[in-house]
Design a protein around this ligand. Structure first.
Ligand SMILES: Cc1cc2nc3c(=O)[nH]c(=O)nc-3n(C[C@H](O)[C@H](O)[C@H](O)COP(=O)(O)O)c2cc1C
Length: 168
């Protein structure tokens, strides 16, 4: 199993996306970072928030992991705003923190999404795939799920099992 880390971008630390992310964390033993617990500001052209939690987190990730698994709820057909802010901050790594950016090359990216609907709309994964390509990362897969009666159905668990197996 590769050394992976799960980045959770939900507005609820222990909401529905967390159930899917915890399932994957349990299967893979990947640690989980809850972005809600981090102080990460939106992208700033003058890098005014360079001392927030983003750079230390990314430094730890590129130095210690081979795979980033993003876990996001679908909010208005898209990734969550919290995760989008994290993605915008990749721009810090293109200029001010190039060394960290370079180390993303060759790393892997995967995505867990959670919504009310049983499927994501066409194009949902485009920004993940294109961002991975731009950063020189390999996009290795995604899984979509939902929560019914506060639990994961057998079908969702089966998809998550297959997803975890494919991360090997
Ligand atoms: C702001 C907001 C927008 C949402 N937009 C969608 C959507 O576009 N499609 C969908 O299927 N579900 C949508 N939902 C439902 C959530 O994706 C779903 O309840 C998900 O399981 C929530 O995960 P969470 O508990 O981690 O926030 C939305 C929920 C919220 C709060």
């Amino acid at each position: 199993m590769k050394k992976g880390i799960i980045i959770l971008g939900s507005s609820k630390s222990f909401g529905e996306t967390r159930k899917l992310a915890d399932y994957v964390a349990n299967e893979t033993q990947f640690p989980l970072i809850d972005l809600k617990k981090k102080n990460i500001g939106e992208f700033d052209y003058e890098h005014k928030n360079k001392d927030d939690d983003y750079i230390p987190l990314m430094k730890d990730i590129v130095e210690n992991y081979e795979l980033i698994v993003f876990a996001t709820p679908v909010y208005w057909y898209n990734m969550s705003a919290r995760l989008k802010i994290f993605f915008d901050r990749f721009s810090d790594l293109l200029h001010a923190e190039k060394e960290i950016g370079r180390k993303l090359r060759g790393m892997e990216m995967a995505v867990i999404s959670c919504a009310s609907e049983r499927n994501t709309k066409e194009g949902f994964h485009m920004s993940f795939k294109e961002s991975a390509k731009y950063l020189g990362m390999n996009y290795v897969g995604d899984v979509h799920g939902w929560v019914e009666d506060k639990a994961l159905s057998n079908d969702v668990q089966k998809s998550l099992d297959e997803f975890c197996k494919a991360l090997n």
